[in-house]
Write a protein that binds this ligand. Sequence first.
Ligand SMILES: [Ca+2]
Length: 429
Amino acid sequence: MLNISNHSDRTRAALRRPFWMAIALLTIGCGQASPPAQSSQTAPASPAPASPQVAQSPTSSTPANGAPLITEGDPPAAQGVRPVTVLDGLERPWGMVWLPDGAMLVTERAGRVRRVVNGALEPTPIAGVPPVFASGQGGLLDIALHPQFAENQLVYFTYADGTASENRTRVARARYDGTALQDWQVIFEVTQAKPGGQHFGSRMAWLPDNTLLVSIGDGGNPPTSLGGEFIRLQAQNRQSYLGKVVRIRDDGSVPPDNPFANASDTAPAIWSYGHRNIQGLAVDSATNRVWASEHGSSGGDELNFVQTGRNYGWPRVTYSREYGSGAQIGEGESLPGLESPKVVWLTTVAPSGLAVYRGDRYPDWQGDVFAGGLVSQDVRHVNLDESGNVIGQESIPINARVRDVRQAPDGFLYLLTDEDNGKLIRLER
Ligand SMILES: [Ca+2]
C-alpha cells in the first residue's frame, strides 16, 4: 500500500481524524490545486501543494454541478469489512458474470473463459473462444450477459485482436449452450488499428433500453503514435473510436438516438469522448446514472459521471502528469465545456472494475460506488448522496491488485484480483 507518510502534515493530520471530518478536509475546490510532479505510476505522491478547505455541504444539485473531490494518499480505512476468499486458481482474471442457474463465468486475460459452480472453479475452460491478442494490457477482457440471457443465451465479450504492430479492441457475442460458446460473432470493432499493448479499455454496461455501452481506451502512452502524432490525441477526434464510450444495439448496430448519429463529421457509435482508459463502467440500476473509473497518466485517476454527448477532456485537461518528467499534459486541469471528474485520485489508484451498490446485504451502502484499484490494492468506497453528489470516500484494503468489482445476485459485492493465482473475493460485514 502507498504510505500516508509521504504526504503533508496537514493531509496526514486530516487522515487521522474521524472519517467524515477527514473527507471535509480533503475536499478542495475545483481548479485550486496543482497536482505534484510524480515520477512513475507506482511512485508515492509528493506533498500536496494545495491548502485543504472545508467542504461545501452536500447540495441537491445534479452530480454534474459539483466540484471534484480531490484526494491524495489513502482515504480512511473502512472498519468492519472482511474480504473473504471464495476461491483462487484464476490466472489474471478480468471480468465475471452470474448465470441464472447460479454458476459464474470468469474471463482470464490470456483468452480463457472459466466456469465456477457451487463455489468451485472447474478445471477445463469453456470452449469456443477464438485466439486473442494477449500481450501487455490486451487479451480477453470484459464479459456481460444479454439482459434477456435466459431467453437467448447471448454472452458478450470485449477483447484485443491483432498483432503487436496492428491491434484493436473488439466486441463479440456468442451463444452459451451450457457447455460451450457457439457462433462467436464480432459485432463492433475500433476502426483504426494501433500498435502496442496499451489502453484497450474495455468495460461493458447495459442501459435500461438494452443498448450496450463499451469503453475504449485511447490507444496508449507516448511515444505510441498514429498518423504522425501521439495516439492519445485520438480521444478528442470524433471520427475515431479510440478514447471513447460507444453505445451500440445488442447486434452491434448504431442506435439512431446516439448523440452524434446524424453528425456527418462524427463516428456514429460515440456516446461520450475525451477518455484516456476506462476500465470501470457501471449503470446505477435505481437512477440509471452511468459512472466510470478512468486511469490517468501519472497520478490523477478519475471517477466520472458520464452523460451522453459530453467531452471528458483527455488529453486537453487532466489532473495527471507525464510519466517520468512530471510535465503538465494539455492545457491544465479544467476548461469550460469539458466535464470535470467527480473524484480525482492524485495518488495513483489505477482503477479497474466498478459497481453501484443496490443490494440488501449492506443497507448503508445503497447507491454508493465501489471502484477496484490495481496499484492501490483496495476498493474505493465512494459515498454518494441521493442526488449523486460525492460526499466522502473510504478505502477497503485488499492487499492485492483488484481488477473487477461486481454486485452478485446474492447481494454481496465480489472482487477479482489481478494475479497469476487470482482470487475471487466476497466482501462481508
Ligand atoms: Ca477527464
